[in-house]
Design a protein around this ligand. Structure first.
Ligand code: UD1
Ligand code: CA
Length: 464
């Protein structure tokens, strides 16, 4: 047996009421069709074809390497889409697994079980069904008196009596390719939607129709509306959190933690409420993250602690401390035990080992050496209105409060700067850089001012 896969993903998804094709809506950071393709992990198909139509270029762009696409110009129904997919599928594939692109909760175990149930069964088709409390708009599975499956009726074409059936068609089939090809040639479109329905091939392929009745009905859920989308997001979040907790991650309030599909978190890390870990994020062991963090595309080292921060495409070194109320923009690289504190924004900034930017600062296009301490309210003036320029701050530097570094500028090692300085020129190793007006002290000023004001009011004058 040589297995090929066809995924139907050409529909707009009218019920989503969206300008985005349905299969591109995201769940846990991954498009719907990506979740469906991930369910193939256990079956190793020889060739996979995704049938695309609405937003074809955008859908093609998210397909992994090695997955082919076939364009269904007009959406004439799932049966027509299957025929379009078959025309592109490698002729060497004699067995076809058909999936819909809108069933993101599929598990690889179910697909593996279906394919092995079909293999060697001698049947032309094996389908997946499930028993639902509320069968809604799913196709209903029809069985004869002896319990054999005879076909599927769509809810819109069903009689009152058939609508009572709770066993539904999951839209997942394994076919003998030749039998499917022949049967598709005989399917018409005389139904409520005027479409060519894929399940209509079932009575036409010949012989008994095998059915794998899913023990877990949730895994076959299809997304047709935004309500379904939200329900699937909740289900996937629960799954991802469970995997993390089983891997040794603590979550005192799991429902308040949100993770994308590719996030990894090390053992003994604590994720507090309000934590969102988005795609491309790797968190080490023994970290404390949260409450209230949004972290995307970041690498967080072991033992780091991050509170109330937003961080994007950044590296947070082992033992580093971030927040509360910090904003790490792309290219922030914190070395081990570095600190970015309260009301601090960074961008393209390297913060050296044990270096600190504790309070109220903007550090952009800057390299801060090991062990340096940036005073409160410091700013790198990195933009001259036309171009960005770099600031280099050496090791063990201590800057005073409220300093501005007008880039490009270099501070050597062991430099100090006076509070309130606008540093426009390089400061060599070990020197103090100070740039501010000297303070004047005017003795007795306050008493004279009071006397002057009193004299003015005694003369009733509003004048000088
Ligand atoms: C379909 C099944 C229904 C089943 C349900 C399971 C049919 C006729 N009905 O209904 O029995 O219970 O799935 O979730 O098959 N598509 C195309 N081209 C088309 C039409 C659809 O590629 O011309 C794709 C869609 O993009 C979608 C998938 O096929 O990914 C299913 O189509 P959809 O309209 O969602 O079918 P359902 O009404 O859910
Ligand atoms: Ca559907």
């Amino acid at each position: 047996m040589t297995l090929g896969v066809v995924v139907l993903a050409a529909g707009l998804g009218t019920r989503m009421r969206s300008s985005t094709p349905k299969v591109l809506h995201r769940l846990a950071g991954r498009p719907l069709v990506g979740w469906v393709l991930a369910s193939l992990a256990g079956v190793d198909p020889a060739h996979t074809v995704v049938v695309i139509g609405h937003g074809a270029d955008d859908v093609r762009a998210v397909l992994p390497d090695g997955v082919a696409s076939a364009v269904q110009e007009e959406q004439l129904g799932t049966g027509h889409a299957a025929a379009v997919g078959l025309a592109t599928l490698d002729p060497a594939c004699d067995t076809v697994l058909l999936l819909c692109g809108d069933t993101p909760l599929l598990r690889a175990e179910l697909i593996t079980e279906l394919v092995s149930m079909h293999a060697g069964s001698g049947r032309a088709v094996t389908m997946v069904s499930a028993d639902l409390e509320d069968a809604g708009s799913y196709g209903r599975v029809l069985r004869d008196g002896s319990g054999e499956v005879t076909g599927v009726v769509e809810s819109r074409d069903a009689t009152e009596e058939q609508l009572e059936i709770r066993e539904i068609n999951a839209g997942i089939f394994v076919f003998d390719r030749a039998a499917l090809d022949a049967a598709l040639g005989q399917v018409g479109s005389k139904n409520a939607q005027g479409e060519m329905y894929l399940p209509d091939v079932l009575p036409l392929v010949g012989g008994p129709i095998g059915a794998l009745r899913s023990a877990d009905p949730d895994v076959v859920a299809g997304v047709n509306t935004r309500i379904d989308l939200a329900a699937c997001e909740a289900a996937l979040q629960a799954r991802l959190r469970e995997e993390l907790m089983l891997g040794g991650v603590t979550m005192p309030d799991p429902a308040a933690v949100y993770v994308d599909h590719d996030v990894t978190v090390g053992q003994d890390t604590v994720l507090l409420p309000g934590v969102h870990l988005r795609s491309g994020t790797t968190v080490g062991e023994g970290c404390t993250i949260g409450p209230d963090c949004l972290i995307e595309g970041c690498v967080v080292g072991d033992g780091a602690s991050i509170t109330a921060a937003h961080a994007f495409s950044s590296e947070i070194g082992p033992g580093a401390q971030v927040g509360p109320f910090a904003y790490l923009r792309p290219g922030t690289r914190m070395a081990a035990s570095a600190k970015i504190g309260t009301f601090v924004e960074t961008k393209n900034a390297r913060i050296g080992v044990k270096a600190k930017v504790p309070h109220l600062s903007y550090m952009g296009d800057v390299d801060i050496g090991d062990g340096s301490n940036i005073g409160a309210g410091n700013i790198t003036a990195n933009y001259d209105g036309f171009r960005k320029h770099a600031t280099k701050i050496g090791a063990r530097v201590k800057t005073g409060s409220d300093c501005v570094f007008v880039a490009p500028v270099v501070l050597g090692d062991d430099v100090m700067t006076g509070a309130g300085s606008i540093i426009t020129e390089d400061v060599p190793d070990g020197a103090l850089g100070i740039a501010r007006a000297r303070q004047a002290v005017i003795e007795g000023f306050t008493a004279r001012a009071v006397e002057k004001a009193k004299a003015a009011s005694d003369s009733g004058g509003h004048g000088s």
